[in-house]
Design a protein around this ligand. Sequence first.
Ligand code: NDP
Length: 253
Amino acid sequence: MELQDKVAVITGGNSGIGFGIAKAFKNEGALGAIVGRNSETMKEALDTLGSVFTGITGDVTEADDLEMIFQKAFERFGKIDVLVVNAGGMAQGAKMGPVTSTSEDSYDKFMDLNLKSVYFTVQKALPFLKDGASVILIGSVAAHQASSDMSLYAAAKSGVISFARGFSLDLLERKIRVNVISPGIIDTPVINKMVPAEHISSVKELWSSNIPMGRIGQTEDIGNVAVFLASVKSAYMLGTEIIVDGGISSISK
Ligand code: NDP
């Protein structure tokens, strides 16, 4: 048990990668809170996680909600040892596109969710985080390679990777370690939000054929690495990034 009695708060813990991290943490003895907005997926996630995890409904792009989230988690558990800043991806009402046509409104919505919310999630958590806590940010391999219509997302995730270094420096005195996991293509509900239902299986096949390991990543692949970063086994890691992508960003097939 790598995380026995550790208290974790995981934003976006009701779906995909965040839920995979919550399950991996629970298997290692952790307890804590998952944060999201969708009550249906929240209920489903909590049914699987059981009573060691609680759900907190909130919007990570709203400062008041962030304050409420950490206040509630602290009141319930009395401490926070691990923070996973995972909520992100598709921003409601924003359309990803090339620089030639993306609107200012889409820019703001996209950056609010994928960059600004990361900054303020960490800031609002700080009064409640234990000294020596582990903060895990979720980046993306998109930060390292341009793809069509993804420049905003890539820039936001590059910023997240940079935050890990800056925050680690800002928080040295409190011995809070901030590191990033950058996933490659992971099988989560985000795929259903991006690809029409009738094309999902062919798109997944195409993606798999381009990944050196020959498969799309599973949420467990990220959960296992998050356990490592949350645990004392990564005690000497500070402000760094772990890429978990089946080789796609570094090996061409
Ligand atoms: P999902 O769509 O499955 O999950 C996104 C999660 O974020 C949901 O739990 C959602 O909760 C939460 N969320 C989104 N907006 C808000 C908000 N405003 N307030 C609170 N919660 C919010 O996607 P993934 O699991 O795939 O993505 C998780 C993270 O991993 C993201 O940061 C994404 O950029 C990153 N990532 C994903 C990759 C992939 O291939 N899947 C690759 C690289 C990085 P709710 O629905 O309740 O709002």
